[in-house]
Design a protein around this ligand. Sequence first.
Ligand code: ADP
Ligand code: MG
Length: 294
Amino acid sequence: ATPTALLAATGRGAELGVLVRGPEVLESLRRVDTVVVDKTGTLTTGRMELAAVTVTDGLTGLPEHEVLRLAGAVEHRSEHPIGRAVAAAARERCGALPPVDGFAATTGLGVSGTVEGRSVRAVRPDGAAAAALPPELVRAVAAAGDAGRTAVLVELDGRAAAVLAVGDTLRSGSWRALHRLRGMGLETVLLTGDGPGAARAVAAELGIERVHDSASPERKAEVVAELRAAGRTVAVVGDGVNDAVALASADLGVALASGSDAAIGAAGLTLVRGEIEAVVDAVRLARQTLATIR
Ligand code: ADP
Ligand code: MG
């Protein structure tokens, strides 16, 4: 009855909105004791909006809308939710955006390019760069974090020009999903490329105790490896290109169907409805199915 039961469970999974890559995935699901979740686009909607702009007092001599126009031009080329938010706000406030030369995107860090002869970067304010910022920008980075938002540092010709605060909202099912997972005896872990402020705000709201912030794609995979080395059976839930390595290195990768092709390609399980609560249903299904087989 084993193959038949597995096949039936796979079909049942599809009804629940969970695409199972193969029968072995159900076995991994049954054994999972730790669920590691990405933040942006997974626990949150990923539909980000620009919430605040803080420019330096005179360092670059450019007014707010000019800095936003240049940053928006570069972010327009980014596929990241942050890029889309900044570009949309810039277009709305400044009209058509100028073209970009030499565009480059670094996963988990930000974007750069040349606009109207100026070199423009929009990036995560990391340790060293953040410490050397003018005080009003240091305060803007802190304020963004306190509000659960992501701070983006805009540099023009190598000088800090502004901090943008970008935020989105939790998906409606996130709270319930995480509480149900813990109710089933699973530990939940937040693993995000975002900074400590935004990470802590989301973790507090969802009752997640273990948090890893500011994680590059490689660091995400490392965290998963460390958990596995400590004897955990780990599922990773993510949506982004930046999650693909972590998904592939988990006992079980779970991707949102709304996510990137890289994430879906690296996953054993795809959540069709784009709802993380489907993971809970999938774990229950696997536990029930495999309990009846043995
Ligand atoms: P998450 O793990 O929450 O999905 P990412 O790994 O995609 O986050 O991004 C990590 C961080 O890198 C973001 O919080 C942001 O600070 C920075 N970043 C990524 N892409 C961009 C971009 N296009 N513009 C500015 N900053 C970006
Ligand atoms: Mg993400």
